[in-house]
Ligand binder design. Sequence first.
Ligand SMILES: O=C(CO)COP(=O)(O)O
Length: 127
Amino acid sequence: MKTRIALIAHDKKKDDMIALASEYKAFLSTCQLVATGTTGGRLTNEVGLTVDRKHSGPFGGDLQIGSLLVEGQIDCVIFLRDPMTPQPHEPDINALVRACDVHNTPCATNVASAHLVLSQLQQTAAQ
Ligand SMILES: O=C(CO)COP(=O)(O)O
């Protein structure tokens, strides 16, 4: 079965997400990807990945991904959050991260942890 990964980035972290996805493109291309709206659009247009695009974060995209996660349809979340900028949908963001904790789903919220998670998943997939 394909690894199911959610990719989400706040605006000031989107360039980091593009760089990360470009680095892991070969592996990510073998995965089933879901993303919030704007992040997903950039991943498709700039990296060439096939992504199931949900609504933009402020319009409920985090909640849509949280719902998939609760249903057991997400193996891992890469969520590059911007800790320096208040977000109008902070409750949605907290709900998604909380759902990861409730369901013991790996959730990388910065680039360093995203590298650890993706390199491990890539290695496991190659075995
Ligand atoms: O706001 C977000 C996550 O909380 C991300 O949404 P977009 O990918 O649509 O910018």
